[in-house]
Design a protein around this ligand. Structure first.
Ligand code: 6GU
Length: 239
């Protein structure tokens, strides 16, 4: 069985959405992965299939009921050990290491919340991982789920032209990528850096490394600090 994403959502029509196109779409058509989006609504209670209720303790918005979420989880439960992930701005930051772990396994079950969120008890009871895709608020977990899936699918065997395209260039060594250039050699009064046209591959590698380090230092001091402490640790271990 191929890598399978099971998605629990009130908006199943949002899947595969943009992942039905381009690289991920071709992989989907080729059977390299499956996208199984399930509607939470039928698991709701009463005449209106109610899935949410007011927050205990008061306050704005609505919270998704634990019994409803659990019934939906039970209905899609898999015996292959695929992790269950709840997309929420309260989650730990999603990293490329998480993506690698998800992509290497049998697939993922993704829980998408709307409203203020999901009752904490079902998240605890069913050992659901909570992840966020960044420090901004989305109207629901669905677009975050699409981001997670895009990042996984491109790592699946045979999905991306391996080796030279470098599936994990940024982040693999903890640095951002160097800048890219193509023809023409001069455009709008701006030249491609001479070294890239020199044919000196050692010089090109050195320049790219310097650029990676500069860009990371300028834009992502957090990644730069982590990179420095990693390289310090490995040189201590070597020495
Ligand atoms: Cl994973 N979900 C929602 N609803 N908002 C977010 C998010 C996730 N990550 C950042 N903002």
């Amino acid at each position: 069985m191929s890598w399978t994403a099971t998605i629990l959502t009130l908006f199943p029509d949002m899947f595969p959405g943009p992942l039905g196109q381009s690289l991920a779409g071709k992989a989907l058509d080729a059977g390299s992965w499956h996208c199984d989006a399930r509607d939470l609504r039928p698991f709701g209670l009463g005449r209106h299939n109610t899935v949410d209720d007011t927050p205990c303790g008061g306050g704005a918005g609505m919270v998704m009921r634990p019994d409803v979420v659990d019934a939906a989880l039970a209905a899609v439960s898999r015996d292959d050990g695929a992790p269950c992930v709840y997309l929420t701005p309260r989650g730990r930051p999603l990293t490329q290491a998480d993506i690698r772990r998800y992509a290497t396994g049998p697939g993922v079950t993704l829980l998408c919340g709307r409203y203020e969120g999901v009752d904490e008890r079902v998240l605890e009871a069913r050992a659901i991982e909570q992840v966020s895709i960044g420090d901004y608020v989305l109207s629901g977990g669905e677009t975050a789920a699409l981001v997670l899936l895009d990042a996984c699918v491109r790592l699946l065997p045979g999905v991306m032209g391996s080796a030279e395209s470098g599936v994990e260039e940024s982040f693999s060594d903890g640095l951002l990528e160097y800048p890219h250039y193509t023809r023409p050699a001069e455009w709008d009064g701006r030249a491609v850096p001479d070294v890239l046209l020199s044919g000196n591959h050692a010089a090109i590698s050195r320049w790219r490394r310097e650029q990676s380090e500069r860009v990371t230092r300028e834009r992502r001091p957090d990644l730069w600090a982590a990179h420095l402490s990693n390289t310090t640790r490995s040189s201590v271990q070597e020495g």
